[in-house]
Design a protein around this ligand. Structure first.
Ligand code: IMP
Ligand code: MG
Length: 176
């Protein structure tokens, strides 16, 4: 496990994996007998998607989307753009959007509208982290939430600071 001096552990690897397994078991029960199409949001959702899928006792298919929200400095402008869209139709499929974190809620709101217009049979949202104190757009409520966290900038396990630190096996807070 990679230890960094400027990062404090917020959610350790064991706690993270325990909760992900729990979510996987819950999703397995909720989708029993169905095929689940997971849409992973790049790049932050990759680690979570991989570990979550390993605890799903279901037939799983994958699609990937890459979304960006442009802005000056650390605050996003709220202008969401699809950099890479789905490769196959989701019409009549049971779809689950897998996200790393919901912050202002702008990305989620935009992507969910985009997906609903393609008429999936069902659409659920599973996010590893939720920062409700930061919410600006609140029209989508995730069905599955790993951890609710305070208004702190977090890194690791998919989440980046300036594109780095995604490979930490835990969720950390920058202390410097
Ligand atoms: P939203 O549109 O404001 O909800 O933000 C969505 C995206 O911002 C997430 O998918 C992350 O990529 C990024 N983000 C939000 N909060 C954090 C954080 O604390 N650390 C790293 N990335 C974050
Ligand atoms: Mg993201």
């Amino acid at each position: 496990m990679r230890k960094l001096e400027n990062v404090d552990v917020m959610i350790g690897e064991e706690e993270l994996q325990r909760r992900i397994k729990e979510l996987g078991e819950q999703i397995t029960r909720d989708y029993a007998g169905k095929t689940l199409l997971i849409i992973c949001i790049l790049k932050g959702g990759v680690m979570f998607t991989v570990d979550l899928s390993k605890s799903l006792d279901l037939d799983v298919e994958y699609e990937f989307m890459d979304i960006s929200s442009y802005g000056a400095g650390t605050e996003s402008s709220g202008i969401v753009k699809i950099e890479m869209d789905l490769k196959r139709p989701i019409f009549e499929k049971d779809v689950m959007l897998v996200e790393d974190i919901i912050d202002t809620g702008r990305t989620l709101s935009y992507v969910v509208k985009h997906l609903r217009s393609q008429k999936p049979k069902s659409l659920a949202v599973c996010t590893l982290l939720d920062k409700p104190d930061r919410r600006v757009v609140d029209d989508v409520k995730p069905e599955y939430i790993g951890f609710t966290i305070p208004d702190k900038f977090v890194v690791g396990y998919g989440l980046d600071f300036d594109q780095k630190m995604r490979n930490l096996s835990y969720i950390g807070i920058m202390n410097a």
